[in-house]
Write a protein that binds this ligand. Sequence first.
Ligand code: MSP
Length: 506
Amino acid sequence: MKYYITTPIYYVNDKPHIGHAYATFIADAFARYHRLKGDDVFFLTGTDENSTKNVEAAREKGFADIQSYLDLQSEAWRATWKELEITNDDFIRTTEERHKKGVEKFFQLVYDKGDIYQGTYQGLYCTGCEAFLRETDLIQGLCPYHKNRPELIEEKNYFFRASKYRDALLAHIEKNPDFVQPLARRNEIVNYIKDHFDDISISREKVKWGIRLPIDEAQVIYVWFDALINYLTGIGYGWDEEKFIRYWPADVHIVGKDIIKFHCALWPAMLLSADLPLPRHIFAHGFFTIEGQKVGKSLGNAIDPVQLCGEYGIDVVRYFLFREIPFGGDGDFSEARLRERYESELAKGLGNFTSRVLTLAQKCPDMHCGTAKLPAEKKAASAAADLRYAWEKGFDHAALHESLTAIFECITWGDRFIDQTKPWILLKEDTASAVQTISILLELLRQLSLYLYPFMPHTAGEIRTQLGLNGDRIPERGNALLAWRAEPIISINKKDNLFPPLIPKA
Ligand code: MSP
């Protein structure tokens, strides 16, 4: 099955911070999960470059040529994802020719449909949000996200007849209850569409940077109307029809809760107008804050994810971000919490279980044995089957933290199994039973490595290597590996502890 997943495309005036890394790691985990299951995955990310704030940043930095600033910044984002080992299949930039062509094609379709008209707009514009805000959105006159005073703008614009699609959208959400997840966001969107989803200005007269309107060269296309189309142009819309047909509609758009209105209302309305199928799901995650404040350039408290991953390892940071807050909720980022989880869950939990099993295996005279009929084997296989069920359910219902919890429950199960069967005594008294018990544990560990893969790809590979299996080729081997005892474990290659003690911080 094909599986197409996207992240939002990022504004390049900022550099990647922990919140952006969180969004991208989430999409990466989904992409890895679906590759592991054997799906034909396409994972897209990229940069949103036709925004006024990018242009302002270029000027502030003294760039006479805006495009060269954008090139430099976009490259920094691409390099960050490479360093963080994100497995995106393409990287789309909205200043690329392939994107521009697709936007023009899309605009023309909507225009020909009669859904674009001219009017005058007056409103409060926040450049941070790149959106008009209502008085009621403001807190003491300020944008709640960017804490700035929006600018009063009046100009001649072109409008998109969004309101025409209000009923169709509501009907779609009603018919597809999992279109927007989690549920709280779905309710928020339904209320928004009912009460506030009006026609929207989709061009700017005074803005000079951006894609020109095909019907009026004096105007540029509103940055959101342009940016959302990246989800089409990134897979060939307007430049590779075959690829586009193969992957569209998107299976999941991963978005932050701050941009759901654009993704769950404007975007589907645009697609309905262009007679294109709607994305299957939109999963909205929550926000990481630092001491209660939104992480971001405007507040100047960004944490560099590359530096953090350099210190603790990519897997540890991924684990922490996925585990710390239930998908959809908000959470506060704290290095102390990360260290706590490292010690208690990774070192004492996963690391210790791996080490226990491999140490026993090293003492085991023979690892070849068919134990399929033993009750203990059946129990372990059934624990693994429960894990698989919960793991899949977590991914299918945008509840990654539940998949991860299921993995750690299975580790606890494994630890208990060791305590109860006492293989170290069996090794002395009943070699045949010891071999069978240890063989079950090795298989459980192999299973765990696969389930861990979408979350902690390095750790998964490392466990497999220590089990004498090929650690690098997990995704291509797909679903078959998940079956109980799909791969024989015949030699152990135990190495150092997966999670050595942390050096105390001064
Ligand atoms: N360019 C638009 C998206 C266009 S998509 C067609 C944009 N860019 S952004 O760079 O400002 O934000 C990108 C994503 O990062 C958003 O989903 C946003 O929610 C997410 N995050 C930014 N800060 C965040 C946190 N502190 N925590 C979690 N995610 C956050 O919006």
